[in-house]
Structures are given as C-alpha cells and as structure tokens.
Design a protein around this ligand. Structure first.
Ligand SMILES: [Zn+2]
Length: 276
C-alpha cells in the first residue's frame, strides 16, 4: 500500500512578529539569510514548490499565539496561506488566556477558514492542558471532528515552563473525550518519552508526533518503536528544522519494516485527517 508523505508539523516562516531569540536561534543553523527565507516563503506557492523538492505531499500548517515566549502567527494569516493549495492543511490555535469563549472562537474560525484542527502550546502559554476552562473547547473540537495537537516536553525558548508539557495531563482529556484525536507533539521530548509512548498505546485516540526528535535516536528513546507503528506520526517542525529531505531519508533508513515507515510518514496522518 502506497501512502502519501504528510508533514504534520509546519510553522509559517513569516510570523506577525517574533521574540528576538527565536530569530537568533533559527539563523544559527540556517545557512541562508533568515529574512530572505522569510520573504520567499511568505508566498504559499513557493512553499508548495519546496514541498515538492522535499517529497512531501501534504503539510499541516499551524498558527501560534505565544506572546510571552515565541511570537504570533495569527489564525487568519494561516487560513489565508493554506487557501492557496489543497496540499496545505490549516490548524488554528487557541490561547485560553486571550479568549473569553474558546469554544465559540473555534467555531467561528472553522466556519471562516475551514481549519482542520487546533494546536495548543501549554508550555509557551502557561496552562495545563487538562484545565477545566478548556473542556468546552475540547467538546466542540470533538463534535466538529477536529484533531488536537498539544505541545509536550521541552522547549529551548525563553519563558517556557516545562511542567505544563507533561503528557500525563492529556490522559484526562483522552478519557473524557474518547472521540477526540489527540497528538502528543514531540512525544514528551526530554524526560517523558515513556509516558507519551504508553499513552499512545493505551488510548485509541492518542498519537505520538515525532517532530523535533533526531531520527537516529528514535529507537533509543522508544525501544519498542515499531509496536506503536500505527500511532506514530511524522512532523518536521519546519523552519526550525530546515532539512526536511534529510530528516525523511534518515527515517527511511531506520531498521523497522517498510509498512511501519509508510504508516509513520503519512499513512497514520491520512487516517487521522480523513484524507482520501
Ligand atoms: Zn513547532
């Protein structure tokens, strides 16, 4: 069975604004001049051409509202960007500190821009993902058939608080919203790999997303990696990781079955997103 290649973790490069340390960090590993890259890929057509170079069929593009730690990539901006191609799948964001009625805001965003899911950033915005005030949002997302991505584990950006990134808080959400598909973004990066793996094994509606993890380390972090092949989803974290092609090649070289590789690089994502 041939699956598409789906990158489930792409940021806009052209944020509304960044905290200065974010730009410094990206520029450190990026050979090209960041401002040039930013200008070039503010055009979605240029980004789709880049996807072709990488060998990626679909990208999930996420909004972000993390004013304390990283910056703002507004929902409207992401919605407009993704309207340029059916290969760009828009995910909105809700920062619970900035919304009076998160569930209602979500409904409006989905109506207006056709968002297919939500990205939440607990470590950047300082909330627990099982906070009661988020429950109406999860309920609405479940009713609308949306996917919820939640950052788990560490972040290098100033002001992040790792305690909010413990995947175990998503256990409550998985139990209380059994039809809601939940992605543990970065799979608990740092010291919670075992928790992320276990939760994805335990709950039919929980998945591990592996962006930001070096492919060569995957079998070390997750000794039984292949046992969870149907619950693992590839993401790059572009432009934080710019060499998506190299990343994909490294995953294809792992000592796991071709079936597992196909599922991880796109088969599972296609199922979660309901793509043909
Ligand atoms: Zn990211």
């Amino acid at each position: 069975m041939e699956y598409p290649v789906i990158d489930f973790h792409v940021h806009l490069v052209d944020y509304d604004w960044y905290r200065p340390w974010v730009v410094e960090w990206i520029q450190e590993f990026m050979e090209e001049d960041f401002e040039g890259v930013r200008e070039k890929y503010s055009d979605p057509k240029a980004f789709v051409t880049l996807m072709d170079e990488y060998g990626v069929d679909y990208s999930v593009v996420m909004a972000e509202q993390s004013p304390i730690t990283t910056g703002i990539a507004g929902n409207e901006k992401v919605g407009r960007f993704c309207a340029a191609s059916p290969r760009l799948i828009p995910f909105c964001t809700i920062n619970p500190h900035l919304e009076a009625d998160p569930a209602r805001s979500l409904e409006r965003l989905v109506d207006e821009f056709g968002f297919r899911g939500i990205k939440l950033y607990p470590t950047y915005n300082h909330f627990y993902p099982n906070a009661p005030e988020l429950y109406p949002l999860y309920g609405r997302a479940q009713d609308l058939g949306l996917v919820v991505m939640v950052h788990t584990g560490s972040s290098i950006f100033k002001g992040s608080r790792i305690k909010y990134g413990d995947p175990v808080y998503l256990d409550d959400v998985a139990v209380d919203f059994p039809e809601l598909k939940i992605l543990l973004v970065h799979s608990g990066r740092g010291f919670w790999y075992d928790r992320a793996f276990f939760l994805a094994r335990l709950h039919p509606n929980v998945y591990m997303e592996i962006s930001g993890l070096p492919p060569k380390k995957l079998l070390t972090y997750f000794p039984e990696f292949e046992r969870n092949a149907e619950k693992i989803i590839f993401g790059s974290d572009w432009p934080g990781l710019f060499d998506v092609k190299g990343n994909l090649e490294a995953i294809r070289k792992l000592e796991i079955s071709d079936r597992a590789k196909g599922l991880i690089l796109g088969g599972n994502a296609a199922r979660v997103l309901g793509l043909g």
